[in-house]
Design a protein around this ligand. Structure first.
Ligand code: ZN
Length: 208
């Protein structure tokens, strides 16, 4: 039975945080969403927050993390940027969620058919969108298996770059953030990548 993580969050292991997300995604897929008592949640969280997970995900309107993991107010410290890119501001926000709000789990979540990844595959440039795309561009070189049709018209190529992008952004976070890499090395947090499927509603985690 679901229990609001706020109650025991400080004693929660990172593996439990991941279990809650998996269970929530299962409820979402099966249309078994929780009936949230929002006035009670507002009352519980009005002076404090203890989000059990911090999630870097894409801004895509079809991938709202609270809905796809069936979570409520106070559960997730959410950082959303097109292409789930680990910009300096994104990393700073995650550092706050993990060190000061003490989230137990960091998730970098990509999704299928990501417009930012497609833009990268097509070398798209326009104003500040160029800066977003540039943060994904190193993944094009990492994807060596596709020889022909390396553009957004090749969905298989787009998906391979999307998977690599999640792993690349995770690596960027660990390389650039001493706070987060320290928490990770001390086993105070876990870090995991995932891919949300826009068609099925399912999140697949990159367990390794
Ligand atoms: Zn996207």
């Amino acid at each position: 039975m679901y229990k609001h993580p706020l109650i025991d969050r400080d004693k929660m292991a990172p593996s439990e945080a991941l279990k809650i997300l998996k269970e929530g995604n299962h409820r979402f897929i099966n249309n078994l969403r929780m009936n949230n008592d929002y006035p009670a949640l507002l009352e519980n969280t009005k002076n404090q927050q203890h989000p059990f997970a911090s999630i870097l995900s894409c801004s895509d309107s079809r991938a709202p993390v609270e809905l796809i993991f069936d979570q409520a107010i106070g559960d997730i410290f959410s950082v959303r940027l097109a292409g789930n890119i680990a910009s300096t501001d994104a990393i700073g926000s995650l550092e706050f969620g993990l060190k000061y709000l003490k989230s137990k789990l960091l998730v970098v979540l990509g999704h299928t058919s990501c417009g930012a990844v497609k833009a990268c595959c097509d070398n798209f440039e326009d104003a500040s969108i160029t800066d977003v795309v540039a943060k994904i561009t190193p993944c094009l070189d990492l994807e060596k298996t596709t020889k022909d049709q390396r553009s957004s018209t090749n969905m298989e190529f787009v998906q391979k770059v999307s998977d690599l992008n999640v792993k690349y952004q995770m690596k960027e976070i660990l390389e650039k953030s001493e706070i987060i890499s320290n928490l990770y090395e001390k086993n105070q947090i876990s870090i995991i990548g995932g891919m949300y499927n826009l068609e099925s509603g399912e999140v697949t985690f990159f367990e390794s």
